[in-house]
Design a protein. Structure first.
Length: 241
């Protein structure tokens, strides 16, 4: 990401999501019109798209900052994460998957997916950095697959991962995670040594976490929830008055 964009550089990911929401329905509609509605056809297209996304990353990579930024920020090169989710949904339709009885080999595989997904996600979070060449040469695909395994296991209410993620503190954080993501970089950018915040690295990180979570909680309570329950006009009618 371009450091010059400062507190707003992380919003690129929201742009990728919005582009996907606009493009994927059109692609799916075109496939339905040209080839007929079929899960196998859509699955084949999603797999081909995922492979193309990974291949493009390899094709574009070199050691330059421009190349790495192109791969990291590109809708086409980051489509792998969204396509992994599509593949998972097509292979394991949620309405059917959540009704599975988790016993025997099938149950063991789903539990294993959860363990690999959870441990792998935490490990990759610590082990990968934006400076590593591997991240741009298949690393983003590895992250997408591991996260996909975690989502699959979490989608079934009977798994250990689902029970872990159903704990009250985790639910609380999850409900506010969108706000945490939106606010964390502005907080980090503003509360920095160059702006007069003279703290050690550990205390500065703690300050970032506390301020980010506090702002996200307030945003959730006074902005997000009113909009969800009342809509934009009714949510801010009192403020306008």
């Amino acid at each position: 990401p371009d450091a010059r964009s400062g507190a707003y550089e992380h919003l690129w990911s929201l742009a990728v999501e919005e582009q996907f929401y606009l493009v994927w329905p059109l692609v799916m509609g075109a496939v339905m019109m040209l080839f007929g509605l079929g899960r196998r056809t859509l699955l084949a297209g999603a797999i081909a798209g995922a492979a193309a996304s990974v291949g493009l990353s390899f094709l574009l990579f070199d050691e330059s900052w421009a190349s790495q930024a192109r791969i990291y920020l590109g809708t086409d090169t980051r489509a792998i994460a969204l396509l992994i989710g599509i593949i998972a949904a097509l292979v394991l339709p949620p309405a059917r998957f959540t009704g599975w009885t988790l016993s025997g080999v099938r149950g063991g595989l789903v539990e294993l997916a959860g363990v690999v997904g959870l441990v792998g996600t935490l490990g990759l979070l610590v082990g990968f950095s934006q400076e590593q060449a591997l991240l741009y040469q298949g690393g983003l695909a590895i992250i997408a697959v591991v996260a996909g395994l975690l989502v699959i296991a979490a989608a079934h209410p009977g798994t250990s991962v689902a029970r872990l993620l159903s704990l009250a503190p985790v639910i609380w954080i999850g409900a506010r995670s969108y706000g945490i993501y939106l606010w964390h970089l502005p907080v980090i950018t503003l509360l920095a040594p160059e702006h007069g915040v003279a703290l050690s690295a550990g205390w500065l990180s703690l300050l970032h976490v506390v301020v980010t979570v506090t702002i996200a909680a307030l945003s959730y309570r006074f902005i997000e929830m009113p909009i969800r329950t009342k809509g934009f006009r009714r949510a801010f009618a009192r403020a306008r008055a």
